[in-house]
Design a protein around this ligand. Structure first.
Ligand code: HEC
Ligand code: HEC
Ligand code: HEC
Length: 109
């Protein structure tokens, strides 16, 4: 919630909250087609119904087994690319990781 990702939807004007802009400013859609607005967990880590328990998320092995996807530059570049009207090349993965993602708790090994 401390990153800009949590406010990605309200960064769009109401008239921009349509298909061509919405794509990278949302996480996805629910089964019943309502929008999951902003860039949330599942935008980066993949579908979370299996890994969402805190016990699993705090344990790297359990989390991975439950489908929490590892992050690579490709995770970000899906949205951080020249199709974004605001994009300034190049995308610096290391720097963006410091600014753009949540704090991490200590992982169980
Ligand atoms: C913008 C992309 C992004 C979003 C959104 C995001 N994460 Fe992460 N997450 C990361 C990155 C990057 C790491 C660190 C991966 C690494 O260092 O290997 C990470 C690591 C983790 C880990 C592993 C534990 C740790 O301490 O490294 C868990 C669990 C996790 N995230 C859960 C969440 C949850 C829950 C949410 C939503 C509240 C979320 N993430 C949203 C990018 C994201
Ligand atoms: C390919 C993904 C993508 C598309 C499509 C996209 N955006 Fe974005 N948008 C981003 C990303 C990523 C950022 C963060 C800046 C960057 O790295 O480009 C961003 C940033 C923004 C910001 C700045 C928000 C702030 O807090 O400063 C605005 C405003 C914005 N976009 C509006 C739009 C509008 C309007 C459209 C449609 C015409 C659009 N975006 C389409 C990915 C996208
Ligand atoms: C689903 C699309 C999406 C994904 C995936 C994504 N981002 Fe973003 N990111 C955005 C959008 C949209 C914004 C603009 C939000 C705003 O300013 O309101 C943004 C903003 C940011 C910003 C703030 C930029 C600024 O100008 O202050 C950083 C840093 C960032 N993202 C890093 C990352 C990193 C690192 C990853 C991968 C681990 C990642 N993002 C994955 C869509 C995405």
């Amino acid at each position: 919630m401390e990153t800009k990702h949590s406010r990605a939807w309200s960064a769009l004007k109401p008239e921009e909250q349509k298909k061509e802009c919405a794509e990278c400013h949302i996480t996805g859609k629910t089964a019943s087609d309502s929008l999951l607005v902003n860039v949330g967990c599942e935008s980066c880590h993949g579908p979370g119904s299996e890994y969402r328990s805190i016990t699993k998320m705090k344990d790297a092995k359990l989390a991975a087994a439950a489908g929490l996807m590892p992050i690579t530059e490709a995770t970000c570049v899906r949205c951080h690319n020249a199709r974004s009207p605001q994009f300034k090349a190049p995308f610096d993965f290391a720097k963006a990781k410091e600014l753009g993602v949540h704090k991490h708790f200590t992982k169980a090994k």
